[in-house]
Design a protein around this ligand. Structure first.
Ligand code: B12
Ligand code: SF4
Length: 432
């Protein structure tokens, strides 16, 4: 039997920020050794028009759904069977079944060997579902599929799944519910130390979930000679010892979801806890420990007016963030935000991920104090300001004290350059 794993892109272009798609490493790790496997990742290479295979296995996110459906329709016309998993099919399995033979909801490592047996016997079921919270002990992230592919220097590694918060716009709560799980620390450390790359990205949605486990992980990573980045909630800034331990174990950059400078917006998005940590003070603490801060901001909550863009750009520059995400609020299926927007009849395109009129980065709903056009244009303006070459140069030449090593500067330069290039390719382009 042969499986072709396929990772669609948002559209028909290459993505400079592509990392190894870990979902397939997990699946490959539980695939019997006599099954032949290949990977086509459309972010780094074209997917062939015809595949010589027995089963196509697609990973699908909301932004890649339109493209995934087009690929699946083509493969099925050629007589191939297609199974899909990931966030989007988990949230909208019935939509997926219009294009796939089978949909897998949730994580899949416990189900995958059985799915392969069903496929070989010609009795694929429509929907498979793995409940959230499965034990992560013994997971084998088999990266042999990635050999020779043009991924960046930063290698993704997973420690935990789930987040203890439930921000209304985020897909994580919808996917994992309240369940939180993590891999045994020794397995993560052994994996991380054995990787060829010295630069890692811990892909956990929030590394500051199980604090005891995190401390043990940091102890394990100390001395491994790694440089790593992560995504972490702002409240970690209240724990100076933990920040110090992160830095000692090689953390050089952290993505933090500030989301908004307005307290009422934070309450509305169910992120009130962010208001307890004054942003500038928190950022300075990260910097003092040698951790650069990548700030994530969302525009378009109900308090945002036309001044919000300039205010936020000023904040990001003044507080010396090394990278930012300035996104237009985009309700994704199954999120509390999507349900609210639908109820308030504010969605401009109910299924924006399928709509050919939607371009990446466009507003998809009616904001309260802005027009949709102002929201789209304001986000673009803010990104353009932050990623001006003069601002990039300033950040690299004069980084915050504590983040002045050559390593910090190189990471900052590369990350800024990659973000700028990625945005240039994606913005305004329709999905699919
Ligand atoms: C790292 C990361 C990135 C990296 C790239 C990752 C990569 N591999 O190249 C970067 C930063 C570039 C990135 C970009 C984007 N990302 Co991203 N990313 C992640 C993150 C944090 C980790 C991904 C990961 O490695 N997970 C670990 C693997 C093991 O888990 P998994 O993929 O879920 O796979 C399991 C199951 O889902 C299932 N499964 C998945 N696929 C399949 C397929 C089959 C056949 C089967 C059977 C099972 C199965 O089984 C797997 C193992 O159990 C996730 C959040 C998360 N926790 O997953 C967000 C996430 C996937 N990203 C998201 C988004 C929105 C984006 C962007 C669109 C952001 C933007 N606005 O531009 C872009 C899209 C880029 C693109 N070209 O596609 C959203 C998707 C939401 C949604 N509803 O689809 C997520 C969930 C973040 C969030 N909090 O909302 N991302
Ligand atoms: S803290 Fe981050 S990962 Fe957790 S629910 Fe909020 S946005 Fe999602």
């Amino acid at each position: 039997m042969k499986i072709s794993f396929v990772r669609p892109n948002l559209g028909d272009w290459r993505s400079p920020d592509a990392m190894e798609p870990l979902a397939f490493a997990v699946l490959k790790g539980v695939t019997p050794s006599d099954v032949e496997c290949e990977l086509w990742d459309e972010r780094v290479e074209p997917v062939p028009q015809h595949l010589q295979t027995d089963l196509v296995a697609l990973t699908v996110e909301t932004y890649t759904a339109r493209r995934a459906y087009a690929l699946a329709d083509r493969f099925r016309r050629q007589g191939l069977r297609v199974v899909a998993g990931g966030y989007h099919p988990t949230f909208l399995p019935q939509e997926g079944l219009q294009h796939f033979d089978a949909v897998v909801c949730g994580d899949a490592e416990a189900l995958w060997p059985g799915i392969l047996r069903d496929a070989a016997a010609g009795r694929l079921q429509s929907i498979y579902r793995q409940p959230a919270g499965a034990e992560m002990r013994g997971l084998n992230y088999d990266r042999s599929l990635f050999a020779g592919k043009a991924y960046g220097k930063v290698t993704p590694v997973q420690f935990s799944r789930g987040c203890r918060f439930a921000c209304d716009f985020c897909s994580i709560h919808a996917f994992y519910g309240r369940s939180l799980s993590h891999r045994p620390v020794d397995e993560v450390v052994a994996e991380a130390c054995a990787l060829r790359s010295r630069y890692l990205f811990l892909v956990d949605d929030n590394l500051f979930v199980n604090q005891d486990a995190l401390r043990t992980l940091l102890d394990g990573l100390r001395g491994c000679g790694l440089r790593w980045g992560c995504q972490i909630s702002l409240d970690v800034a209240g724990d100076e010892r933990l920040l110090a331990a992160m830095a000692e174990s090689g953390c050089v950059a952290a993505l933090v979801g500030f989301e908004s400078l307005d307290g009422a917006n934070l309450v509305q998005m169910r992120k009130k806890w962010n208001t307890r940590h004054p942003y500038s003070e928190a950022i300075a603490r990260f910097h003092a420990h040698g951790i650069m801060v990548y700030g994530s901001f969302i525009f378009g909550y109900d308090q945002d007016d036309s001044d919000v863009f300039a205010r936020t750009v000023d904040f990001a520059l003044q507080n010396e963030l090394f990278l930012v995400n300035f996104s237009a609020l985009t309700p994704t299926p199954a999120s509390a935000l999507y349900a609210r927007m639908e109820k308030e009849e504010r969605l401009l395109y109910p299924h924006w991920w399928l709509d050919s009129a939607y371009g990446y980065g466009d507003a998809v709903y009616r904001p309260r104090l802005l027009t949709p056009e102002q929201l789209t244009a304001g986000c673009r303006w803010a990104r353009a300001q932050f990623f001006r070459y003069s601002n990039i140069a300033r950040r690299v030449i004069w980084p915050p004290p504590g983040c002045t090593s050559l390593n910090h500067r190189l990471i900052s330069l590369l990350a800024n350059y990659t973000s700028r290039r990625t945005l240039d390719r994606k913005l305004g382009r329709s999905l699919g």
